[in-house]
Design a protein around this ligand. Structure first.
Ligand SMILES: CC(C)(COP(=O)(O)OP(=O)(O)OC[C@H]1O[C@@H](n2cnc3c(N)ncnc32)[C@H](O)[C@@H]1OP(=O)(O)O)[C@@H](O)C(=O)NCCC(=O)NCCS
Length: 155
């Protein structure tokens, strides 16, 4: 299993995986056009036979803040460390870019706590974070939990 940067040919899989999770209320759906536009944010998990099993995106918000979003692992391979590998690769990328704080808006509080994130008030995040929220079907009644991790930036 490897974690690698996504390529255009991966994005239909990513869309299907995220839609499946969104239908179960686990995360918010993203249109395929939005995924294409943000292709460079995405990582995918690829198995030995070349099939895909998960995805995650690191989206930069401000000079010292990025978001881990669209994290999903195929149901058949959950609990095997893929979610951790995807998040840790995002955090390493953020560190390399000189970003000191990464946040997530999530229903998976237990998982992100296990990854070293802690809960914060949504209002503690800068307003710039909320630019996407206007397009969310739940706006303005967001029921996700805001979680942050401070990382030692490389520069
Ligand atoms: C959340 C999700 C990505 C986790 O992926 P996963 O591959 O099953 O997680 P991992 O196997 O890498 O788990 C990593 C660690 O977190 C722990 N963990 C996983 N889920 C947990 C939870 N709900 N509460 C507490 N700990 C949890 C695991 O026990 C594991 O611990 P360890 O490394 O000490 O052994 C996966 O369940 C998923 O795709 N869920 C649906 C989509 C979703 O909710 N995405 C989050 C949107 S922000």
């Amino acid at each position: 299993m490897i974690i690698r940067k996504a390529r255009m040919g991966d994005m239909k899989y990513v869309h299907k995986l995220l839609m499946g999770c969104a239908q179960k209320g686990q995360l918010l759906a993203r249109p395929l056009s939005g995924l294409y536009a943000n292709l460079r944010d995405f990582l995918v998990a690829e198995t030995g036979d070349g099939s895909l099993a998960g995805c995650c995106a690191l989206s930069i918000c401000w000079d010292d803040l990025a978001e881990v979003r669209s994290l999903a692992v195929d149901e058949t391979v959950r609990g095997q460390g893929l979610g951790r590998a995807l998040v840790e690769t995002c955090l390493a990328e953020a560190r390399d870019l000189g970003i000191r704080r990464v946040f997530a808006l999530t229903y998976e509080v237990g998982f992100f706590t296990h990854m070293g994130f802690h809960q914060v008030e949504k209002n503690d995040l800068p307003q710039k974070v909320w630019s996407d929220c206007i397009n969310c079907p739940k706006f303005p009644d967001c029921d996700e939990t805001a979680m942050v991790i401070e990382i030692g930036a490389a520069a």
